[in-house]
Write a protein that binds this ligand. Structure first.
Ligand code: NAP
Length: 325
């Protein structure tokens, strides 16, 4: 028996229950892992509330963790007991002391990446990688807008885009968060709770607008994000922290100058093993080179995941949050 957080029905943080579970022996193509650090992500909230359909009840949430391989399935090669590994994405089940997982979703951890750093950065950092290098390829001279820039993904986006030579404008919801984002290298930071961010972006860019907006807030920022774009600009809506944007007419894109809107998901961009290892590898290089620093702003015992969910949903966290098994 080991301990895990399980959800038996959709609802608030109180539905996260700390329970005993059995972990089977790994089958073909699988390994058993003992988790050493688990990453908290906003997507965990969508599944808890059943905004994204859960795999069935009860289920163990969690999509990001690091740990050590304790058993390998029959005939498996390329992975052995004692290997340090991390995962980011499906299958869900990271909120557990131990789990069985397909070996082909695991990323081997280099010596210079600690378990905690991996759990704090793999999912969020690979998301930043695909957004900046594949969804819209940011180059020197681009002007970009990053919403929720003090958050887990936001902080990584700001630093990575800065290192690419972009002019980075961030938004955040408090003065404390604004200071944090400035210290990470953002050129301008807007308090989108107290300021009109569209007007501020227009002022900062002398009316030209930005080439790309990375918007994880969704409903509350969607039209404003479109209004911040220069003609031919791209809006990447990659999250819905405030809810999903309402359906919109495609003519809104023509009206503002042939804009593009995309709704990327990390899972689609890392479906093949090659894409997964490329994204993880480029992230690890940025971390090792010090160009991206991932701050663990908050730590909670895994058994107290309820408190972690309350903090993330209540907009009280900055950077990454790690659950400690
Ligand atoms: N598409 C993908 O593959 C993918 C992958 C990873 C993450 N994501 C998305 O990226 C976003 C960021 O994820 P994260 O885990 O790093 O979370 P996070 O950004 O650390 O936390 C969410 C932040 O969003 C802001 N926010 C604005 N309106 C909010 C509201 N109504 N309720 C709660 N927060 C609100 C808050 O910052 P302020 O107080 O500064 O407003 C809050 O701290 C999430 O939407 C997540 O779903 C998508």
């Amino acid at each position: 028996m080991v301990k895990a957080i399980r959800i038996h029905k959709a609802g608030g943080p109180e539905e996260l229950k700390w329970e005993d579970i059995d972990v089977p022996e790994p089958g073909e193509g699988e390994v058993r892992i003992k988790h050493t650090a688990v990453g908290l992500n906003f997507i965990d909230i969508y599944f808890r509330k059943a905004i994204y359909p859960p795999p069935g009840y009860p289920f163990i949430p969690g999509m990001e963790a690091a740990g050590v391989v304790t058993a390998v399935g029959p005939g498996l090669t390329g992975c052995k007991v004692g290997d340090r590994v991390a995962c980011a994405g499906r299958p869900m089940g990271a909120y557990a002391e131990e789990r069985v997982i397909p070996a082909n979703v695991l990323v081997p951890l280099p010596d210079n990446i600690s378990d905690e750093l991996a759990a704090a950065s793999l999912l969020k950092g690979m998301t930043a990688h695909i957004l900046l290098r594949r969804v819209f390829k940011v180059e020197k001279g681009h002007r970009i807008l990053v919403h929720a820039a003090a958050g887990g993904v936001g902080q990584i986006l700001v630093q990575w885009a800065h290192s690419l030579g972009a002019t980075v404008i961030g938004t955040a919801g408090s003065e404390e968060k604004i200071k944090l984002v400035k210290d990470l290298g953002a050129d301008h930071v807007i308090n989108y709770k107290t300021q009109d961010f569209v007007q501020e972006v227009r002022n900062i860019t002398n009316g030209a607008g930005v080439h790309v907006v990375y918007d994880s807030v969704g409903k509350d920022t969607f039209y404003g994000s479109l209004d911040c774009l220069a003609p031919l600009g791209t809006l990447a809506v990659f999250g819905a922290s405030s809810g999903a944007p309402e359906p919109f007419s495609i003519s809104e894109l023509a009206k503002r100058g042939s804009l593009s809107v995309t709704r990327p998901s990390l899972m689609d961009y890392t479906k093949t093993r090659e894409d997964l290892l490329t994204s993880a590898g480029e992230l690890f290089q940025m971390l090792a080179g010090g160009l991206v620093k991932v701050s663990v702003g908050n730590r909670f015992p895994l058994g107290e995941a309820q408190k972690a969910h309350e903090a993330l949903e209540g907009r009280h966290t900055t950077g990454s949050t790690v659950l400690v098994p």
